[in-house]
Ligand binder design. Sequence first.
Ligand code: GA4
Length: 329
Amino acid sequence: MVVPSPTSMMRSKKTKAVGIPTIDLSMERSELSELAVKACEEYGFFKVVKHGVAKEVISTLEEEGNKFFAKSTSEKQHAGPATPFGYGCRSIGRNGDMGELEYLLLHSNPLSVSERSLTISNDPAKFSGAVNDYIGAARELACEILDLIAEGLWVPDKFALSRLIRDVNSDSLLRMNHYPPKKWDPSEVDKNNNNNSSVGFGEHSDPQILTILRSNDAEGLQICTHDGLWIPVPPDPNEFFVMVGDALQVLTNGRLRSVRHKALTNTRKTRMSMMYFGAPALDRWIAPLPKMVTPHNPNQYKPFTWSQYKQAAYSLRLGDSRLDLFKAN
Ligand code: GA4
């Protein structure tokens, strides 16, 4: 069942309190696949409960993340820069985007994780163990959801989507974002009527297939509905949030659309989010699945490799609509 959960915090002129779809993974499979597709069609976003991921897998990575971000700036900078992978502070991507955050960006490949861990942690084996366990669990969850989506879309090959991120050469990533609490400035509330928010991570969609997000109990995440309304997402540290990425939009020929989202730092608490971005291998061609192309909905995108799409993403700004570059005709 899709259960609307009330959202009440952080309302401003451009936000609206509406329900975020919630999917209980312990439910009957046939019902689940329909609900997953419905949530992806309507919001490109949903919350997953009863997901089966062990609490310790989450808490161990969270502790490791907290230990890292508690280090001194100079120590953290040993793990930088974040291009292509490592520690980043404020600067996002390569074209001048900035946000009120610091982060760790890691490739999901275990060898890459081990190598990076040497500059990140005083106990690299523990850190890489925590990261690999978390990635493994998040990947399983992403695959389960992709299989449900494929079923709900009546795609004949039920593993057509999950196979892309199970690939040993998958370019999936893990990101840990650490947002400092916002210092309270009452004059800003009056000026902007925006609850003293500033942008932690600006508006964008994720380029990958599917994102699995988990955060601590600090608010800040907002998603944009397809009709342009911003909805605050109440944090839920025990559950995961799922986001449709640009590549899934292409694979489904536009039936599921990627969700634009952003993170604000309007909380007195430090926010830490951990995202697994499920992506194909770099040389993998991405094009609408044959089942999704019909006379009624002809092919909407030119085929591209994941590497070409990433290059396009990194040549643009965070908020740019990079899918436009690959529209057919
Ligand atoms: C958004 C999703 C992931 O966090 C990310 C981001 C990447 C980065 O921070 O380096 C990008 C951004 C993200 C999309 C457009 C480009 C690339 C910053 C940027 C300006 C790691 C990803 O894959 O794309």
